[in-house]
Design a protein. Structure first.
Length: 725
């Protein structure tokens, strides 16, 4: 009987092994930059033919995949060393590779082709004599060039990435380049200064691969099955044409598939919704210190329609993202674009807005097309889809690009004439026009993505359902369009959509309209600075005393504390305390324990200032001549009494000026913790600027505020210093 049971279990082992393999995430590696097969788009997510194909295969075969993009050579080595399970990277199927990899059926037949700049066309290989040809290392193009280089007497220069090859060609360090034909054709469509004047050379086909003889060879069989299905139903052709064909423009109002008239049941008594703090017209603070905008009106209308209660917080975009992930908020609405990377972390509603990037110019400008930008300067916010678009088209239209950190300074530069045009999200441009900016938009916008409501993946599904139902209902009854018109249509009166009737173009108007907000922010700044510095003094004195202690262990503890805290930037320290620690606790205990932003900021500032104060204390004590300690001890006075009665009184006088300086630094450092969403004085100023675009005047007001406060506190501290001395 026992033998039969053992035999039965052994027979089931392969089945168990297969189940375990499928349960684990399959690690798929790919190239870093090989458009249109894989590349990082303007939204910082990887996209392309290979990404879409492997995701479709994973969907058809129920794979759980984890895709990373270390680069082609690193990807090949990762699979061979067992650090990854499979490779999908535009890899040509060759006899040499099939000795190392088990490769799938091919999914793309490729050609390699010579490309040059538009002004230096090469129409035959014989024209390459004495020239240098660039090529990406380890590719079929490189192997082809190696075969013919002696015949046509040219030099080969290899590069790690395609973009480096393009840059070298444009700078003249190479005369031509060879790459896969679809890659170069895609680059030309994106505005690269390239030209193909020769026919391509067939070099092979691309395939998916795993390490030969590994336990993941079953993936190739399943890939082939899915690939055959995709070829049959046309989905493979759709993916390839998506990245090699022309893109289609979309409306700013995406269609809703959820039928109107439905209503879902809320599970919680109240839902916490996180949002941005300054992204007009989606969310911003009006003159009454209340948050308003498209997103605010939209979520309130949907909540009313569906009958659920909400509490909205506005910590800022990055802080809102982390709040939802850490469980501090149930959902997020913040002009947030849906991307493949975000879909791995969040569940999204149906899109409620499709944004376009659009060019804006002054009303008196004569620019009517991109051709008119030749020789001119175009402003754009750094790291945006607008910047990506302008960079791709720069060589075609021959304009200069000037980047800005925020919209307000960009629009100020346009008004002052330091740039001739700006490119920004269409709703942002329309809002600035509604606020009185004398701008116009002569060229049709370019689509950059869909905006949607989000929750943490796997949580609050009823919230997504209620949002979709409510969105469908308010679209049907016309309330949705009214919300958009409220913020995007140019106002015919002098009253802005923020509700302000005071002229905010003057410093007096800014103060009159926003003094309550500024005083509130100032109060938080002072409370944060005073409380954190008081705690820092205690921390600093303790560790400063440790650093001069005769006990070696205490000296080591102090040294480690000071080195660690001073070695971590304050912004990272605040972010770790506010977001990292709650996530760590949740992963260990399964319970969510959010930390208040003011508490997190206080802890971060206290630790940071405490480390520097510890060094001030150590330096002050060591500045007292060592002979005084020796003389005191030789008279039989204890170490602690010597410190209290002799050393510290002298050291305190030495330390006081440095304490004053450190307090001033701590007050200035409060601006850094605005990164976690704490609305202190500096963040308050940024919120006001986001509404009215009066950056120069607002920053001047903030500078005066800080100057007055720091001057008063410094004089107070110096008076206290004189009394002590």
């Amino acid at each position: 009987m026992k033998k039969k049971i053992i035999a039965f279990l052994l027979a089931l082992l392969p089945l168990f092994a297969t189940i375990n393999i499928h349960a684990d995430a399959i690690k798929v590696v790919s190239d870093t930059a090989y458009a249109p097969f894989e590349f990082k788009d303007s939204d910082q997510t990887y996209k392309g033919i290979d990404v879409d194909i492997i995701n479709k295969v994973a969907e058809l075969k129920s794979w759980n995949i984890n895709m990373t993009f270390p680069g082609f050579d690193a990807a090949v080595n990762a699979v061979q060393s067992g650090q990854a399970d499979a490779i999908m990277a535009g890899m040509t199927k060759t006899k040499d590779r099939e000795k190392v990899f088990t490769m799938s059926d091919t999914y793309y037949d490729t050609k390699v082709v010579i490309a040059t700049t538009k002004t230096h066309a090469i129409r035959s290989y014989s024209q390459l004599k004495g020239k240098t040809v660039g090529v990406k290392n380890g590719t079929a193009a490189q192997r082809f060039l190696e075969k013919i280089k002696d015949k046509y007497k040219f030099t080969i220069k290899t590069f790690d990435t395609t973009d480096l090859t393009y840059n070298s060609l444009n700078s003249g360090s190479i005369d031509a380049m060879m790459d896969d034909q679809p890659v170069i054709e895609y680059a030309i469509k994106q505005g690269q200064n390239l030209k193909i004047s020769m026919k391509g050379e067939a070099v092979g086909s691309f395939a998916f691969g795993v390490k030969k003889g590994s336990k993941y060879e079953y993936l190739v069989t399943e890939f082939n099955e899915a690939l055959a299905q995709m070829k049959k139903d046309g989905s493979l052709d759709k993916i390839i044409s998506k990245w090699t064909g022309a893109t289609k423009a979309t409306s700013s109002t995406p269609e809703t598939t959820t039928p109107a008239g439905q209503k879902a049941t809320p599970v919680k008594a109240k839902y916490t919704i996180a949002s941005d703090s300054s992204f007009a017209p989606f969310v911003f603070q009006d003159s009454n210190n209340k948050y308003t905008g498209i997103d605010m009106d939209l979520i309130k209308a949907i909540a009313k329609d569906q009958g659920f209660t909400i509490e909205i917080t506005n910590p800022g975009f990055d802080a809102a993202l982390n709040a939802v992930q850490s469980g501090q908020a149930d959902g997020m609405i913040a002009g947030m674009s849906m991307t493949d990377a975000r879909k791995e972390t969040f569940d999204f509603s149906e899109p409620y807005y499709t944004a376009n990037a659009i060019l804006a110019i002054k009303e008196i400008s004569t620019i009517t097309s991109y051709k008119d930008l030749k020789g001119k300067t175009v402003g754009v916010k750094n790291g945006t889809a607008s910047q990506t678009f302008l960079t791709k088209s720069q060589s075609k239209y021959d304009y200069k690009i000037k980047t800005f950190a925020d919209a307000s300074s960009m629009y100020d530069s346009l008004n002052s004439g330091s740039v001739d045009a700006v490119m920004d999200d269409e709703p942002v441009v329309k809002y600035s026009i509604s606020q009185g900016q004398k701008l116009k938009t002569p060229i049709k916008g370019t689509p950059i993505g869909d905006t949607a409501f989000a929750v943490k993946k796997g949580s609050n599904p009823e919230l997504i359902q209620m949002f979709n139902n409510g969105l469908a209902n308010i679209k049907k009854n016309g309330q949705y369009q009214k919300i958009l018109d409220k913020y995007l249509k140019k106002s015919s009166s002098n009253t802005s959509s923020s509700g302000s009737t005071v002229d905010e173009t003057t410093i007096w108007g800014l103060l009159q309209n926003n003094y309550k907000q500024l005083l509130s922010g100032l109060g938080i700044t002072l409370a944060l600075a005073l409380l954190s510095f008081a705690i820092a003094m205690i921390i600093g004195i303790i560790f400063g005393m440790f650093s001069v202690s005769p006990v070696k262990a205490l000296r080591i503890i102090s040294e480690v504390f000071v080195d660690v805290i001073r070695g971590i930037p304050l912004m990272i320290l605040a972010a770790f305390i506010f977001w990292g620690i709650p996530n760590l606790i949740e992963s260990m205990t399964g319970h969510q324990n959010p930390i208040n932003d003011f508490v997190a900021g206080t802890i971060a500032l206290s630790l940071n200032a405490g480390a520097y104060i510890a060094e001030i204390v150590r330096g002050g004590i060591q500045a007292v001549p060592a002979g005084q300690m020796e003389a005191s001890r030789s008279l039989g006075i204890s170490y602690s009494k010597t410190m209290r009665k002799i050393i510290l009184p002298q050291a305190t006088k030495i330390m006081l000026p440095n304490f004053v300086n450190q307090f001033v630094i701590a007050l200035k450092d409060t601006t850094i913790v605005s990164a976690i969403g704490l609305v202190e004085l500096f963040q308050t100023g940024k919120i006001i600027i986001a509404r009215n675009y009066q950056s120069f005047k607002m920053y001047a007001i903030l500078a005066v505020f800080y100057l007055i406060i720091i001057t008063l506190l410094t004089r107070l501290a110096k008076r206290l210093e004189k009394r002590i001395k």
